[in-house]
Design a protein around this ligand. Structure first.
Ligand code: ATP
Length: 379
């Protein structure tokens, strides 16, 4: 038996004329889970959401909800509801009537639908504002009304299109916690479109990273962040430095790589099966590096040397960016106490090193070249 609320896409393609917005994707989202579709602008996230909702028809492929094909069904028949970034509340209706609106459309008696609307408003902690008009609410409160209005019909799947983008930073953090809490409480499937990496990893059980109509990684947030499968995902998610080298030798437990600029990197051979001449991409977490001010170039492998070009205090750590030779930039996150004990300045030469055990090997990049659409990188 297929769990209620499972959403499954098989070989789904959507073309608009000659443009392929979504290209032959397969994806299964567990019932009652929180999924984020994440990727740069134009990669096809909203098109996927609209196809699941029934606002767009796939050019080819199959979409099932709870094991049943929904192609040809109306949005109401599919058991989905959608929440938009513009809350689209009716300005002339009270909060209560906004929330009860869909039940009214379904023909539910006034008393019954008002009771259900009060009950739903209680879940978003807004029942005390039931008689207010939307214009008398803050952005965060309007957002909660929109959420109440979307879930009042007990959908199996709630589709959220950039739900937090209209809010300021503080409210966004607060509301994303509330969305997660509501999803757990309701136990229904949430599919949330965002282009914000930290938002996705904060709320989702499953993060689906997209690029140019393709899914490039679909994993738990900790995997997508700490164990990206490709250089694209590592760069897009942020928090990682991506390096490239050619295998020089494989001796016992050590694979030795040489970058185009002559830097030597060592990798544990248990992580990788490679032969001399192979090109390997690897990533090192910014917080798994050691930074030292030094004019000497070390003889041991696994380091980059560069001049500091930016220093940003981030609270618990300091983000130090260097102009390392073969990278767009190389970033080290230095714990604040360590930084304060050994400050560096812009223009200083520093050595950033790491342990071979902290190197993560990336699979072949799906991009044939390193260029391509500009990424909206996480900082
Ligand atoms: P954003 O984050 O900017 O909303 P997105 O990842 O949600 O982007 P989509 O809105 O799914 O991207 O669009 C994917 C591609 O399909 C884009 O190139 C877009 O211009 C194109 N597209 C989307 N809808 C249509 C349409 N109705 N007609 C023609 N092209 C469309």
């Amino acid at each position: 038996m297929v769990h209620s609320g499972v959403v499954s896409l098989q070989g789904v393609t959507k073309s608009f004329g000659s443009l392929t917005a979504v290209d032959d994707i397969d994806l299964t989202i567990d019932g009652g889970s929180y999924c984020c579709l994440l990727g740069p602008s134009g990669c096809g996230k909203t098109t996927i959401l609209r196809m699941i909702a029934g606002h767009e028809t796939p050019t080819s492929g199959e979409i099932q909800i709870s094991g049943v094909s929904v192609l040809g069904q109306t949005p109401v028949q599919r058991g989905t509801a959608m929440m938009f970034q513009s809350y689209a509340l009716f300005p002339h209706l009270t909060v209560l009537d906004n929330v009860a609106f869909r039940l009214k459309m379904q023909g539910m008696a006034k008393r019954e639908r008002r009771a259900k609307a009060h009950e739903t408003l209680e879940k978003v902690q807004l029942n005390h504002l039931a008689e207010r008009m939307p214009a008398q609410l803050s952005g965060g409160q309007q957002q909660r009304v929109a959420l109440a209005r979307a879930v009042i019909t007990n959908p199996q799947v709630l589709l959220l299109d950039e739900p937090l983008s209209a809010l300021d930073e503080f409210l966004r953090l607060q509301m994303r916690g509330e969305l997660r809490r509501m999803q757990r409480e309701l136990g229904i499937t949430f599919i949330h479109v965002t282009h914000t990496q930290l938002e996705a990893i904060a709320v989702a059980d499953l993060v689906v990273v997209m690029d140019d109509g393709h899914i490039v990684q679909a994993s738990a947030p900790e995997d997508v962040y700490a164990r990206p499968t490709s250089a694209y995902v590592a760069r897009f998610m942020g928090g990682q430095n991506v390096l490239r080298g050619v295998v020089q030798s494989v001796v016992g437990p050590t694979v030795t790589l040489r970058s185009d600029q002559g830097q030597i990197f060592e990798v544990d051979s248990a992580q990788i099966s490679a032969a001399a001449g192979d090109i390997v991409h690897l990533s090192i977490r910014r917080d798994h590096t050691e930074l030292e001010k030094s004019d000497a170039v070390p003889t041991q492998p696994n380091h980059v040397v560069g001049k500091v070009i930016a220093i940003e205090y981030q609270g618990t750590y300091v983000k130090v960016t260097l102009d390392a030779p073969d990278n767009r930039e190389f970033v080290s996150h230095v714990p604040d106490d360590k930084y304060l004990a050994q400050r560096v300045d812009v223009g200083d030469q520093v050595v950033v090193s790491w342990r071979a055990a902290d190197v993560h090997i990336l699979a072949d990049d799906h991009r044939k070249s390193e260029s391509g659409p500009d990424l909206e990188l996480a900082s």
